[in-house]
Ligand binder design. Structure first.
Ligand SMILES: [Zn+2]
Length: 235
């Protein structure tokens, strides 16, 4: 082959490929994508912390729930008794009876409240951590929604750019002889990092190795002008 014009096309093709690679990679590694990943980890951690805390506070929650239920029932009973006590035609025995009932219900109320207060103060630190974690979880959820939207709009833009570049690439590559196409793909598959570059003085533009004049002559005399050190094409 040995046509510098064709070989320099490899540099342009590589540039398009690099742009494509960067675009595709940015889908999984942009600042917002990383933020989203961090938030997802935080969300998972908080959720599992919270469920662990709720388990270890099982006794507290069950006492609190039961007592609050009883308090509501007692409140209704007291209200009922108060209505009865306010009646005009109540005989003294009933009045005394209802007053005693009311008094006893009030004592029960105080006991139930006290029990809640006690178990709350016994578990104060754990409850505090749980409340804070719940607040944090709400905040993380809000942020997740915002960042997920940002990532989606980033991806939409990238998804529009990729086919444009792919189209540009396939148009460009269609002007290549088959042999050059195969050669390029082969080097790419082999993992050659820089496939083609201009010579910089006596340096290989691909790997930067300083070449002797005879090495350069030898390279330039081969079909694809490949550097003997890195396999990249010297243009
Ligand atoms: Zn080289």
């Amino acid at each position: 082959m040995n046509e510098p014009f064709l070989l320099s096309n490899l540099i342009d093709l590589q540039e398009i490929d690099n742009k494509l690679f960067k675009l595709i990679e940015s889908k999984s590694s942009s600042e917002n994508v990383n933020k989203l990943k961090d938030l997802e980890i935080e969300f998972k951690d908080l959720t599992s912390n919270i469920s662990g805390q709720i388990n270890s506070l099982e006794k507290y929650f069950s006492i609190k729930e039961n007592n609050e239920k009883s308090l509501k029932e007692i409140k209704l009973k007291i209200e009922d008794i108060e209505i009865k006590l306010s009646s005009d035609n109540l005989d003294p025995t009933d009045t005394l009876n209802f007053s005693n009932q009311k008094e006893s219900l009030k004592i029960q109320t105080n006991k139930l409240r006290e029990e809640i207060e006690n178990i709350e103060s016994e578990n104060f630190d754990e409850i505090d951590i749980l409340e804070k974690d719940k607040e944090n979880l709400e905040e993380v959820k809000k942020q997740l929604v915002v960042v997920a939207k940002l990532v989606k709009s980033e991806w939409d833009i990238i998804d529009q750019q990729i086919p444009i570049l792919e189209n540009e690439k396939s148009k460009f590559i269609s002007t290549f002889p088959d042999e050059l196409k195969a050669f390029y793909d082969n080097l790419k598959n082999k993992g050659v990092e820089i496939i083609a570059a201009y010579k910089i003085g006596n340096q290989c533009g691909c790997c930067g190795v300083e070449l002797t004049t005879s090495e350069i002559d030898k390279i330039l005399s081969t079909e694809f002008q490949q550097c003997t050190y890195c396999d990249g094409v010297l243009v």
